[in-house]
Design a protein around this ligand. Structure first.
Ligand code: KIV
Length: 284
C-alpha cells in the first residue's frame, strides 16, 4: 500500500532535490487514478468552479462545494497528501473566519493541508491558521481570486519591480508559518530566486522547471477542459475527443436499434416466462 507523505517527507524532498508531482482532482474517480499513478499530492482546487461547475472564474465557489469535493477526493485517495483550497471570501474577512473555515476542511474532509491565495496581505490569516495547528500553503503570482485586480488571467512578475513584490510576498508567507508555497504563471528566473531563498518547498504551476515540484490541472492534463488553454498547459491525453466519440457512437447505436444486444440484458429464470403468460391469461 502507498504510504502517505508528510510535511517532513515533502521538506526532505526539497532538501535532496527530489521533485514533487501533484495534480488537482475534484472527485472520487480522478482521485483514485491520481493515487494509482503515484501522485505525491492532490489539490482540490477552487478551479472546480470552472472545471466542474462551468463558472467563468473561481469567485462564485463556496466553502460547501470545496468541502464536499474534498471529501470525495479523500475517499478516492486515502493514502495521498490532499490539500483543500480555500475559496474566495472564506479567509479574507478576518482571522477567526479563516481558522474556522480551514478547520472545516480538516474536520469534514480530513485534508492534510489547506491553501490560500495572496502574499503579505494574508500574513495574519496564514499565521492564525498555522498557530491553530494546521498546515498552510501560500499561493502567489497569478492568483485567480484576484484576477480582476491583476487585469485578467495574466502572467505576473515579469518586471523587476513586480518580481521584487513577489519575492517580498514569498518571504512573508514563509515567515507567517506556511509549510510550502505555490507560484503560478511567473517567469522561471523569479521562481528560482524564490526557491533558492526560501527554506520551505516552492512549487510551480506555470513557473518553470526549477521549482521543487509541479502542479497541473487534471482537466488540462486529460484534455477535457474546453474554455481556454493556458500557455503552461501540456495535454497528455485527449479525453474530450474520446468522450465525444463514445457518446456519439452510443447515440447512433440506440437510434439504429443496435443497442442493447442480448448480452446486455437479463434472462428470466427458466420456466418462469410460461408461468407468467398463464397468469396473464387467467387475469383476462
Ligand atoms: O484552484 C486551483 O486549481 C488552483 C491552481 C490553479 C493553482 O489554485
Amino acid at each position: 500500500m502507498k504510504k502517505k507523505l508528510t510535511r517532513i517527507d515533502l521538506q526532505k524532498m526539497k532538501d535532496t532535490g527530489e521533485k514533487v508531482v501533484w495534480v488537482t482532482s475534484y472527485d472520487y474517480w480522478t482521485a483514485q487514478f491520481a493515487e494509482q499513478a503515484g501522485m505525491d499530492m492532490i489539490l482540490v482546487g477552487d478551479s472546480l468552479g470552472m472545471c466542474i461547475y462551468g463558472y467563468e472564474g473561481t469567485i462564485p465557489v463556496t466553502m460547501d462545494q470545496c468541502v464536499w469535493h474534498s471529501e470525495a477526493v479523500r475517499r478516492g485517495a486515502p493514502n495521498t497528501f490532499v490539500i483543500g483550497d480555500m475559496p474566495f471570501l472564506s479567509y479574507q474577512v478576518n482571522c477567526d473566519e479563516a481558522v474556522r473555515n480551514a478547520g472545516r476542511f480538516y474536520k469534514e474532509a480530513r485534508v492534510d493541508a489547506i491553501k490560500l491565495e495572496g502574499g503579505r496581505r494574508v500574513y495574519p490569516q496564514i499565521k492564525a491558521i498555522a498557530e491553530a495547528g494546521m498546515l498552510v500553503m501560500g499561493h502567489i503570482g497569478l492568483t485567480p481570486q484576484s484576477s480582476g485586480q491583476l487585469g485578467g488571467f495574466k502572467a505576473q512578475g515579469r518586471t523587476a519591480e513586480t518580481a521584487l513584490e513577489l519575492i517580498e510576498d514569498a518571504r512573508a508567507i514563509q515567515q507567517a508559518g506556511a509549510f510550502s508555497l505555490l507560484i503560478e504563471a511567473v517567469p522561471p528566473e523569479v521562481c528560482r530566486i524564490i526557491r533558492d531563498e526560501l527554506t520551505i518547498p516552492v512549487y510551480s504551476i506555470g513557473a518553470g522547471i526549477e521549482a521543487d515540484g509541479q502542479l497541473m490541472i487534471v482537466s488540462d492534463i486529460l484534455g477535457i477542459f474546453q474554455a481556454f488553454t493556458a500557455k503552461f498547459v501540456k495535454k497528455y491525453a485527449n479525453l474530450g475527443e474520446e468522450t465525444l466519440k463514445a457518446l456519439k457512437l452510443y447515440a447512433e447505436d440506440v437510434r439504429m436499434k443496435r443497442f442493447p444486444e442480448p448480452q446486455h440484458t437479463y434472462n428470466m429464470i427458466e420456466g418462469e416466462l410460461p408461468k407468467l403468460l398463464t397468469l396473464l391469461k387467467r387475469e383476462k
